[in-house]
Design a protein. Sequence first.
Length: 168
Amino acid sequence: LLMQKVIEKKYQITSSKSVGSVFGELQKGGKPVSSVVMHWPAATYSAIWSDTQKRWLLNHNNTPNIAESGIHLGPTTLIIQMVSITPSEYKDKLGGVTPFSNTIGTGVAYVLRNGEVFATTWHRENAESGTTFTLKNGEVMNFDPGQIWIALTDREPDFTSRSSTKTK
């Protein structure tokens, strides 16, 4: 039915644009971490590295994110992108203001991959361009094939190193 409507209305069908993701081998320079906690005003997300599943298992407000199928949700690459978050012009049905996350510009990001965290710089020129994540040495950060989840936040995450001591 949807395709019939597209044909009737003569909508243009386009292919998706690159969002800037680069996939490839794991680079050097990551720090081993077992988990991370991300903070927002009304919620907390955490991710725990699973050596057996080779991905980050997600929890929301200390409760595992379980899909209806019973699978614990989690990506192979988790990005924590530090952005400016301000009130937007939009409100929900109860009058609560929807936040606006500014993803255009440059800032700090943490890329979690293979049980390691990499400090990177994110850059997005404009709304039509993809976002790149660059390591301190200038190389573009490679992501692991598979799901990528991006958390937009303005609060520094808390990392737990593999030696069980908290790091920032």
